[in-house]
Design a binder for this molecule. Sequence first.
Ligand code: COI
Length: 329
Amino acid sequence: MKLIAFGMRKDEVGFAEEWAQANQIDVEITEDLLTIDTINQAKGFDGIIALQTIPYDDALFSEMQKMGIKVLSVRNVGVDNIDLVAAKKHNIMVTNVPAYSPNAIAEFSVTQLMQLLRKTPEFNLKLKANDYRWAPNISRELRSLTVGVIGTGRIGRVAMDIYKGFGAKVIAYDLHPKPELKEAGLYADSLDDLFEQADVITLHAPATKENEHMLNRDTFAKMKQNVLIVNTARGTLINTEDLIDALKSGQVGGAALDTYEFENPIFNHDLSHVDIEDPLFNELLGMTNVILTPHIAFYTETAVKNMVEIAFNSAQQFLTTGAVETEVK
Ligand code: COI
């Protein structure tokens, strides 16, 4: 069995090498992302391990099939960038890592909300200007707020527990409610009901065609004035232009965005010597009530180790047994 891992960062290589050693399997490692221009590096391998937010499309799966690749194991959870119909058509098994560390993402989302709430960006700016006054940047406290959690999968549920620990009132929405949360009375009656009640809205849903731009001009209008938005899920859940308008009007009081609708050319790239030609992103960067981070909620030692090991295990399991529980259906 021979595996090739694309898009490998330095912080992942050690875990991959340890895995290869422990399992006595040939593993090739490249920093290159998996694209139609780099796929030829996979010739002679049985399985691909990859992590990227750019698309895996039909052309890529077609090449994989021609090369005899049998499995694509992605090191992350989200599969919105994978053409699963094409994967099936070309007979490529796709696996993901459903739970590498829900806590990593949940903790980060709460951290960012706390920064918004306590107005850290504004105080940082004042500090730089030698202005050490408190007013007017007074905060609200979490225990006096209602937090609306959209998406009650593993990450959303950890976030709910953390918020409860702060004494906040937590309400939730999910297309597929979990019986135990329903029984505990944690779901709002509807998404609109959550929009009406929540002082904070935190997104923990996967990206699908159906929920693209679920936060938009119309839904912002249903929310409380000054609502805070946290997005550590997927950029496409929010219509960015509408969010900027809502931030300007005060309808939205602040946003912490770890994912951004058009993030692919920006996040995880060194653009220190380049002008970013994305007016929406530049506008968000310039807003004092917006905290932008480059899709780092997942980025902890625990998560990275699990992402690498579980992805490799999945490929190995599929190649040896013909079945694997992390199959993306
Ligand atoms: C995911 O696991 O889907 C993430 O969002 C993490 C990112 C590195 C792609």
